[in-house]
Design a protein around this ligand. Structure first.
Ligand SMILES: *Cc1c(COP(=O)(O)O)cnc(C)c1O
Length: 425
């Protein structure tokens, strides 16, 4: 399989006349079609809703596209809640799945009428002390511990994860909240990240459905939704095949009919909190090659760096690279493709087979639409890039301007040196 960019060399050459590299660009058509497919795949479930994980791509223009397809917002912090409110998303269209939550955030989430998903049993009292009476609908995050397996392969290691309540705590939490007047309950669990198998959601769903039946029997709680959270992944590598969302929806439906329906729980809504699956393939980081260096290895230096895309530095993550205009050339050179941070992990690719690269070439770094721009930081005084939207009609819209040095210095209140610099502002 080959990975093709959603933009051509000609398109990018035109775009860079107005917007210099580096920048992230997003594909409206791809985002829309994928979101519609997800909705259709779960249309068998009356209450189905995707709460887009805002942290993955916190840009209101992009979230608006998902809103049009019916998605809500999954928030985990104060500013994500603010972004949602500013976009007119409130009430039960917000899922607040936070952890180690400051009091002010619970207070605000409650004011917005968001569904609050508690990460820990001690947060019942913490929340009660802030908001007085608990909301009528509450959710708890569940962590069964151990490893999460499908058949015999280990998918991830929830026992090492800081999130969620143990099984025993979950039962206690439901009992306590029920006594305190909570009427509707949800279960949330996120047990494996970036899965590229159609079996993850169905396996997770079955486990949560069985748990829900037991919770209902033992605590009498009225369970209204089960939140499968994130974790459905994307094929970052060209030899991986992607998830089939229809097969995933069908797998969850089967578990639902086998476990929930016989327990007279056929009205439970399925929620998801996907981030990566909704956006990653529909974003590219576009960067220009500005240097080449031949020392102990062959280096290609570009104008983007790890502050624009942290995943390779942070996780050793693979992101595919296309050299625009050289798609058909043989990949007979081996390069480290690097950014300009004073950090040796600032490498978008290590020992990557690519066509011969020349200064001035434009690179497409694939699958940066989620956890890309969003994870950016300002190390080495680097500035965050612009974000552009390639609209369905082919127009390009600036949906976030690039940071400027003035933004970078803006938090030194009272030090107004900026206007006096020799650098031409
Ligand atoms: C990060 C996160 C998500 C989204 O995860 P993806 O891997 O992007 O699908 C959803 N829910 C919670 C609580 C998260 O922390």
């Amino acid at each position: 399989m080959s990975k093709k960019p959603f933009v051509t060399k000609e398109q990018i050459e035109k775009i860079v006349e107005s917007f210099p590299t580096p920048f992230h660009i997003y594909d409206e058509k791809g985002i829309r079609e994928n979101a519609r497919a997800l909705k259709e795949a779960f249309s068998w479930n009356k209450g189905f809703k995707e709460y887009f994980a805002v942290k993955a791509t916190p840009n209101p223009y992009l979230i608006d596209i998902l809103r049009e397809v019916g998605c809500g917002c999954d928030c985990s912090s104060l500013t994500e809640l603010m972004l949602s409110e500013a976009m007119g998303v409130c009430g039960e269209d917000i899922m607040f799945s936070s952890n180690e939550t400051p009091a002010v955030e619970y207070e605000y989430a409650n004011k917005l009428g968001a569904i609050i998903n508690l990460d820990d049993i001690t947060h019942i009292e913490f929340l009660e002390n802030i908001v007085g009476k608990l909301p009528e609908t509450m959710s708890c995050r569940y962590n069964p511990g151990g490893v999460f397996k499908i058949s015999n392969s280990i998918m991830d290691n929830p026992g090492d994860a800081k999130y969620g309540m143990t099984t025993e705590q979950l039962f206690d939490a439901y009992r306590i909240m029920k006594e305190k007047g909570v009427k509707n309950f949800g279960i949330h669990s996120f047990l494996a990240s970036n899965t590229v198998t159609n079996d993850y959601y169905p396996a997770l769903a079955r486990q949560l459905f069985e748990l829900a039946v037991e919770l209902k029997e033992k605590t009498g709680a009225h369970i209204t939704f089960i939140n499968l959270s994130g974790g459905v992944g994307v094929p970052y590598k060209p030899d991986q095949s992607g998830n089939d969302i229809y097969a995933i929806g069908e797998g969850v439906r089967k578990a639902y009919e086998e476990v929930l329906v016989p327990a007279e729980m056929g009205d439970v809504a399925i929620y998801t909190e996907l981030g990566r699956f909704m956006m990653a393939p529909y974003g590219h980081l576009i960067t220009t090659v500005i240097h080449e260096k031949h020392t102990h290895k062959e280096y290609i230096g570009c104008d983007a760096c790890a502050v624009n895309l942290m995943r390779p530095a942070m996780y050793g993550a693979y992101h595919h690279i296309t050299v625009l205009g050289k798609e058909e050339e043989p990949c007979d050179h081996i390069y480290d493709v690097v950014g300009s941070l004073c950090e040796n992990n600032d490498k978008f690719a290590i020992d990557r087979n690519l066509p011969k690269i020349d200064k001035g070439d434009i690179l497409v770094i694939h699958d940066t639409g989620a956890h890309g721009f969003a994870m950016g930081y300002n190390y080495n005084g680097k500035l965050k890039s612009a974000e552009l939207l390639l609209k369905e009609n082919g127009d390009v819209q600036l949906i976030r301007r690039a940071e400027t040095p003035k933004d970078y210095f803006a938090t030194f209140d009272g030090l107004d040196f900026y206007e006096k610099l020799k650098f031409e502002n």
